[in-house]
Design a protein around this ligand. Structure first.
Ligand SMILES: C[S@@+](CC[C@H](N)C(=O)[O-])C[C@H]1O[C@@H](n2cnc3c(N)ncnc32)[C@H](O)[C@@H]1O
Length: 266
């Protein structure tokens, strides 16, 4: 990845990191990480726009003590991250670093970076659980809004024959490509695309974890990208938007916190 300048705003925190993550994701901000050392627990917000960091600071409700703001470049930033492996979904661990001896069916390496999809957010967990249940070996899979590429990599590890991950964010595309390389998975292509515009071919399974309104837009012509009997896993639907999905042929509905995931057969 080409080197870019970023600003990091560091806070000392007390609260549970998962709770803090939820709040940040609700503000649609995913460029942050945590750090724990002898001096305490820290939250680091990262952006190339310092005004974005100030804006977030005003919005965030959990208690935090400002420590410093520093300038860094993308390579240093990624090198400095220290994070532990965690169980993303049953039997699948995400390891942000090189840890040996993780006792799991599958280990996915995801470098916490400038793309949504560390595996900590409940919408990514729900999508992962549905993939685990519905993906059959040999299926061709489309990951619409791939972010870090976590679901594309998971789909391949679960036995997909071919995966296409697309995102309209250039940085997400770069990050996802790096993560695909890091995981040594073959037949996983990452492409820039605004929803389905740059997608070709038909798939057995489409998974998409994006905000509700964007999912609704994607559903308009999703059938053209599905094989016969193909299914779609939707995630990222907040309770207040669930009514938008009322008339679909739903095979399964799961809910965690205020987030919903639907498996549909269009
Ligand atoms: C909530 S994140 C999901 C990332 C990852 N798939 C996961 O489950 O953690 C949604 C992703 O969709 C992408 N996205 C939003 N609108 C899009 C669009 N119109 N076309 C393609 N991707 C889009 C965002 O850039 C972001 O990376």
């Amino acid at each position: 990845m080409a080197s870019r300048i970023f600003y990091e705003r560091v806070y000392r925190i007390e609260e549970d990191f998962e709770k803090i993550s939820e709040e940040l994701y609700d503000l649609e901000f995913s460029n942050f990480y945590s750090l724990e050392n002898d001096e305490g627990k820290f939250l680091i917000l990262v952006s190339d726009k310092p005004e974005e960091l100030k804006y977030l600071e005003e919005k965030l409700t959990f208690s935090k003590e400002f420590v410093e703001q520093r300038k860094t470049n993308s390579e240093d930033w990624i090198k400095n991250i220290i994070t532990k492996p965690f169980e993303y979904i049953k039997g699948v661990y995400v390891d942000p670093d090189h840890h040996d001896n993780i006792n799991a069916e599958h280990v996915i390496r995801i470098v916490p970076g400038l793309a949504f999809g560390t595996g900590l957010h409940v919408t990514t967990k729900l999508a992962g659980e549905m993939l685990r249940k519905y993906l059959k070996p040999g299926m061709e899979v489309l990951d619409l809004g791939c972010g870090s590429g976590i679901l594309s990599i998971l789909a391949k590890k679960l036995g997909a024959s071919k995966v296409l991950g697309v995102d309209n964010d250039k940085i997400a595309v770069e990050v996802a490509r790096e993560n695909v390389k890091l995981n040594n998975v073959e037949n996983v292509e990452i492409r820039e695309s605004n929803l389905l515009r740059n997608v070709t071919g038909k798939f057995d399974l489409i998974v998409s974890n994006i905000l509700a309104e964007i999912l609704i837009e994607a559903l308009k012509d999703i059938k053209n990208y599905l094989k016969e009997d193909g299914i779609v896993i939707l995630s990222g639907i907040i309770d207040s938007k669930l009514h938008l999905f009322e008339n679909l042929n739903v095979i399964e509905h799961r809910r965690k916190a205020e987030w919903n995931s639907l498996v549909i057969k269009p």
